[in-house]
Design a protein around this ligand. Structure first.
Ligand code: ADE
Length: 245
């Protein structure tokens, strides 16, 4: 997959993609990143990228000419997604991440100031994405959140091919707790089911903990999750245990 980021602060994005799994994903060729500054597509002497809003009011609006010229130069794949990061967008969720992981090119446009000229959206933007109901000072951090979530689903990015599908939300539930050595730390013991290491016992314990955590923290997810007959038995046991206390 090719990911191109359009930002007035290219160093902020480029540097963040130089570490850990994103760096390795580039090295192995699973993903290619490009970072572009629309200022490089201006044609005036002062390289101006923003202007006052028509109708007045506070803040500046990103001008359409440099943004559109920049994106049109970058666009390569016919099925490319052009994503505008904005608090007005669709909230980022697992299904949206999976859909975007299926395109050959994703161009991510980072908004700034009061926003981008509406005609950029009309002409080129295919998706508008928000990372949550709060407002950040710019689209760079949201773009990095989106890119990380999408890139880790691409084949060959995570070392262990199964690790993405075992994560939270992939089966609609939160993850179980994790432990490593030592077996006892400050008087707190690792659950016996994990220490003994019988595969079926470990699997049962993990599933039960996953259901318990989801029930306590995110009952909204549990209501939508696909549950087996055994899951329902677990939940009934948990409800009984709670009733006894
Ligand atoms: N830009 C500013 N706030 C944002 C948010 N919550 N999501 C996406 N882009 C943004």
């Amino acid at each position: 997959m090719r990911v191109d980021v359009v930002t007035l602060f290219p160093e902020m994005v480029a540097h963040a993609l130089e570490f850990s799994i994103m760096a390795r994903a580039q090295e192995t060729g699973a993903v290619a990143f490009g970072v572009h500054n629309p200022r490089d597509w201006t044609t005036d002497r002062h390289r101006i990228v923003d202007d006052a809003p028509y109708g007045g009011g506070a803040g500046m609006v990103l001008k359409p000419e440099p943004l559109v010229a920049c994106i049109e130069d970058i666009l390569d794949a016919p099925d490319a997604a052009v994503v505008l990061m904005t608090p007005q967008g669709e909230t980022l969720t697992g299904p949206l991440v999976r859909r975007l992981a299926g395109v050959r090119q994703m161009v991510v446009l980072c908004g700034h100031y009061e926003g981008v000229d509406e005609r950029v959206r009309e002409l080129l933007v295919t998706d508008e994405v928000s990372i949550g109901d709060y407002v950040l000072t710019g689209g760079e951090l949201p773009a990095l959140v989106l890119i990380d979530a999408v890139a880790r689903l691409l084949p060959g990015v995570l070392g262990n091919e199964t690790s993405a599908c075992e994560d939270s939300f992939e089966d609609g539930l939160l993850e179980h707790p994790h432990y490593t050595r030592p077996p006892e730390f400050r008087g707190m013991k690792v659950p016996v089911e994990l220490v003994e290491g019988h595969h079926a016992v470990v699997a049962r314990w993990r599933r039960k903990m996953s259901l318990l955590r989801t029930l306590r923290r995110r009952p909204d997810l549990l209501a939508r999750a696909e549950l087996s007959a055994i899951d329902r038995e677990f939940l009934a046991e948990i409800a009984d245990e709670a009733a006894d206390h």
